[in-house]
Design a protein around this ligand. Structure first.
Ligand code: ASP
Length: 579
């Protein structure tokens, strides 16, 4: 039995004359006379106005079924803001299906509500059009991505949640074992090792919309648990993976926006650093980092006697940035690692003005604005330091000054390839992997890998790649090592002993002895892409039941203590809280 004939938001002028029943929540009600009342009834499709000619005790968020005849609204009473704004349900009778307490916060989007209160009553919050739209966007993304993967011959395989650790570099969530007191399962940071085992197992093309868990500090774009489109394929290389994923992304974007994005451009990590000072460049705007080291090669100015000098042009900045704003930017640059910020206003005829000009030669003063294409009213900002510091600081400064809001500038996808194999050198002198330890080195850098020492490791490229959208990292992947000897060499370099490698990944190394095909893969975050496609800056807006920034769930109160008897059964005893 269904209670309704139609959804609230689906009725149109073409339904005039029909007797209908709609069900939902009372959005608003306006009483006109003792009997006559206007009720706006809401369901997930929208709102319909109903005119009732009876005395009713009906409050906001009561659950009701309303039956009546669809009719055109009186002249001048149309509401352009509603899809159903030309019509109403007249001669309506109301059946109250359930009463409701007054909602814990105003239901109208115009009001900002404290997030804790929204999350504590998420079931009410979910009724709002914004959350309805966001969850439907997310479901469409999932469905589009599934369709694209299946069409490309990928098989959905589910991998376990209770596992031994995965090496994604974050902290594991762990689950104590009752049957093996003192032992713990880890929750998967990703299905990485299992998907590689699937390749050894001849699955050929695997995918899964996988739940991943990482015990890291939460941010606007990060939750403890998140969903990834995780995939892996055999007998393919980087280009094939980029093509498979691009197809899924294009389908998802098209499903939401109605427009299929064009081919996704590719940029090497090195180029991204040099031009944008970032491994996830937001290419919706220019303000590229411009090389000036050559201009200052023989400089007399002490600030510029450094290995690298680069600058950015802030158009119109000479008039829009006051002294306080510049001081605040300088402080930021110092916090980001620079000694200071060299800034110049550009005056008439492209002449640089600023405290540092007196230390600069005529040639330097002429070359800087010329290189940047600066004209009167602009601001030139220069950072001078080690190359890594210059790129990092200018990259952040560029975002600070030029980054458009989340829903402006369209969807600018970008593949960033040839990531370094290692991201840093640990205190013990071993390089730290930038992706995970199964990433294949770049073929041209394998020889270097065998002889590198110290900082030289940081120059070695890998076959790892990221997908970036509007400056957000959507996901990462790599061509994997499938030869035991190369893997052993990487473990040795990472300072992982044979014993440790056996203990942690012995099962994978064993599997590789039984015929591992060349393989490569990728994973991208569903929450992030769905958020960006929905125009949301915070992924919590695209998750039905998220945790707050401090990792709690105001709805269920998780995490909560457990019963002492349960602890006992698990063989656990709690330490007193540290003070
Ligand atoms: N497992 C990786 C991650 O979650 C993705 C991949 O390498 O396929 O970042």
């Amino acid at each position: 039995m269904t209670l309704r004939t139609d959804y609230c938001g689906s009725l149109r002028a073409s339904d005039v004359g029909r007797t209908v029943t709609v069900c939902g929540w009372v959005d608003t009600r306006r009483v006109h006379s003792e009997h006559l009342a206007f009720i706006d009834l809401r369901d997930h499709t929208g709102i319909i106005q109903c005119v009732v000619d009876e005395k009713l005790d009906l409050r906001s968020e009561y659950v009701a079924a309303i039956t009546g005849v669809v009719r055109a609204r009186l002249d001048g009473a149309n509401n352009d803001k509603l899809d159903t704004g030309e019509i109403e349900i007249g001669e309506a009778t109301v059946e109250v299906l359930n009463v409701a307490e007054p909602p814990p916060f105003p239901m109208h989007e115009r009001t900002d509500v404290d997030e804790n209160i929204r999350l504590r009553h998420r079931y009410v919050d979910l009724r709002k059009p914004r959350m309805q739209r966001n969850l439907r966007t997310r479901a469409k993304v999932n469905s589009a991505v599934r369709g694209a993967m299946e069409r490309q011959g990928f098989l959905e395989v589910e991998t376990p949640m209770l596992i031994a650790s995965t090496p994604e570099g974050a902290r594991d969530f762990v689950v104590p074992s009752r049957l093996h007191p003192g032992d713990f399962y880890a929750l998967p940071q990703s299905p990485q090792l299992f998907k590689q085992l699937c390749m050894v197992g001849g699955i050929d093309r695997y995918y899964q919309i996988a739940r991943c868990l990482r015990d890291e500090d939460l941010r606007a774009d990060r939750q403890f648990e998140f969903m990834q489109l995780d995939m892996e394929a055999s007998f393919v290389g980087q280009d094939d993976i980029l093509a498979f994923v691009s197809e899924a992304i294009a389908d998802a974007a098209e499903a939401i926006t109605g427009t299929r994005p064009g081919a996704i451009p590719t940029m090497t990590w090195h180029e991204a650093q040099e031009r944008f000072g970032s491994d996830k460049p937001d290419v919706r705007f220019g303000m590229e980092l411009t090389e000036m080291s050559d201009i200052f090669e023989g400089t007399e100015a002490n600030v510029f006697k450094v290995p690298c000098v680069k600058g950015i042009l802030y158009e119109g900045g000479a008039t829009t940035l006051g002294r306080n704003a510049i001081d605040a930017l300088t402080d930021k640059c110092k916090r980001w690692g620079a000694k200071g910020l060299a800034w110049f206003r550009v005056g008439e005829g492209g002449v640089l003005e600023g405290a540092l000009t007196k230390f600069m030669s005529e040639a330097e003063l002429a070359a800087v604005p010329e290189r940047l294409g600066a004209s009167a009213g602009d601001m030139v900002m220069i950072i001078a330091a080690e190359r890594r510091v210059v790129n990092h600081v200018l990259g952040l400064l560029r975002l600070e000054l030029g980054r458009p809001p989340v829903n402006e500038g369209g969807l600018q996808f970008l593949w960033v390839t040839e990531f370094p194999l290692f991201e840093a050198i640990s205190d013990s002198g071993s390089p730290i992997p930038a992706h995970h330890p199964f990433t294949m080195p770049h073929p041209d850098d394998v020889d270097k890998l065998m002889v590198a020492e110290g900082e030289e490791f940081l120059e070695i490229r890998s076959q790892a790649y990221d997908l970036v959208l509007n400056g957000w990292e959507l996901g990462s992947g790599s061509v994997r090592i499938h030869q035991g000897d190369v893997q052993a060499k990487i473990f040795e370099l990472l300072g992982i002993s044979d014993e440790e490698a056996r203990q942690k990944f012995g099962f994978l190394l064993d599997a590789f002895k039984y015929g591992a095909p060349p393989h490569a893969g990728f994973a991208f975050g569903i929450d992030r892409i769905a958020a960006l496609l929905a125009g949301e800056e915070n992924i919590r807006e695209i998750i039905a039941f998220p945790k707050t920034q401090s990792g709690g769930d105001p709805l269920t109160n998780a995490p909560t203590p457990i019963d002492p008897a349960h602890l006992e059964e698990l063989g656990l005893r709690l330490l007193p809280p540290s003070t």
